[in-house]
Design a protein around this ligand. Sequence first.
Ligand code: SDX
Length: 443
Amino acid sequence: MDGTKTAAKPPNPAETVTLVENSSGRRWDLPVLSGTIGPKVIDVRKLYSETGYFTFDPGYTSTGSCESRITYIDGDKGELFYRGYPIEELAEHADFMEVSYLLLKGELPTPEQKRKFEWDIAHHTMVHEQLTRFYSGFRRDAHPMAVMCGVVGALSAFYHDSTDIYDPHQREVASYRLIAKMPTIAAMAYKYSVGQPFMYPRNDLKYADNFLHMTFAVPCEEYRVNPVLARAMDRILILHADHEQNASTSTVRLAGSSGANPFACIAAGIASLWGPAHGGANEAVLKMLTEIGSKSRIPEFVKRAKDKSSGFRLMGFGHRVYKNYDPRAAVMRRTCHEVLDELGVKNEPLLDLAMELERIALEDDYFIEKKLYPNVDFYSGIILRAMGFPTSMFTVLFAIARTVGWVAQWNEMIEDPGQKIGRPRQLYTGHQRRSYVPLHRRG
Ligand code: SDX
């Protein structure tokens, strides 16, 4: 979608690493590829065919799954760039539509490009009227992420004219439909859970304002979107928009690599994001803070988090990539104070608890040694609860934001000339070949 083809860079012939088979002393030289910034990679695409060896990396801690030009993270420095722009600058100066255009197209939009993009998105925010009937099939107390998985996956049953993934125009229409309809579908999930009528999107409202209106307005009276809350919502969407090859983005890429339609791929991403180790952490943080209840109990929970046998982890802490403060968490903490101030919340016990927990954890040798810092999910729940969202909606908001990242990464994968279906191998540790034993001779 960004108009230029990504092509696998030729190996740097001057640079190779040598793999040696100790038993026989055989040697293989593997090419090393360099990116713009960040770690170099050892190109193992021919490793199995040339050596008979697989690599083994179950959590992909040392594995680059693709070449990408969208988002860069430096975990040691705590840096995050969208198309080269630092997240702090985008959160401060841009809005979510501008950032969405940047992630999709590769460049910040001109005023005219931004105006047209916003118009295009706004005119895709309605959903097919029949889709509203899906909701009545769910229990009122269904988790909204379950509703999102179901309804977003069902979009492919309504929009057949944008499922040909090899047609760039259809890909763009599907991309815009997904970005535009996620807030509508999410707001409908919330309205259904509280028994209120659905509110239609309004084309005169900006993206974040429209979402707040669809969520909190009722037909009986005028609803004025609070501009401070709308700006905070917009910034939260920017912070969550993309994040390199995280679990849900990798899920979208893997689903898309088989040629599955974009609506099915994004539904798969929503399912992966739901997990408490990933996007579900913002909901888990609030549940954890509520369980801690008072500052006096913080040491007890920190102790549990350090005890492997407890199975308990400090939710909102730690990250596979960040071994420094998540730059998004810092912006989120500032936004938290802004929102609480705007709402006149002078004393938010959960925020006091979160800040004390952060202070204690960051002074604890266990967290220092393992480089565990607050991540994007640590403060987001406090803001969202103050804005009126139920805890069960927190990950839904994450999914709304991340849809543009998933869609941008999905387009990049489809446009990659080197793209193949994702098909990892394994280290097999099961039985050797053995013969069937008839039932009467067993037991
Ligand atoms: C997101 O990938 C992304 O980019 C995700 C995300 C995005 O924008 O897409 O940034 C969004 O998912 C943020 C993360 C939200 N999840 C949580 O807050 C859940 C709590 N965090 C942990 O579960 C954990 O930190 C992970 C899952 C986030 C990262 O796990 P890793 O990289 O697999 O790290 P690990 O489990 O190997 O932990 C390393 C060590 C372990 O101890 P040892 O085995 O080395 O002795 O640190 C410990 C862990 O036990 N550890 C924690 C901890 N996180 C890691 N101990 C206590 N509390 C924690 N939170």
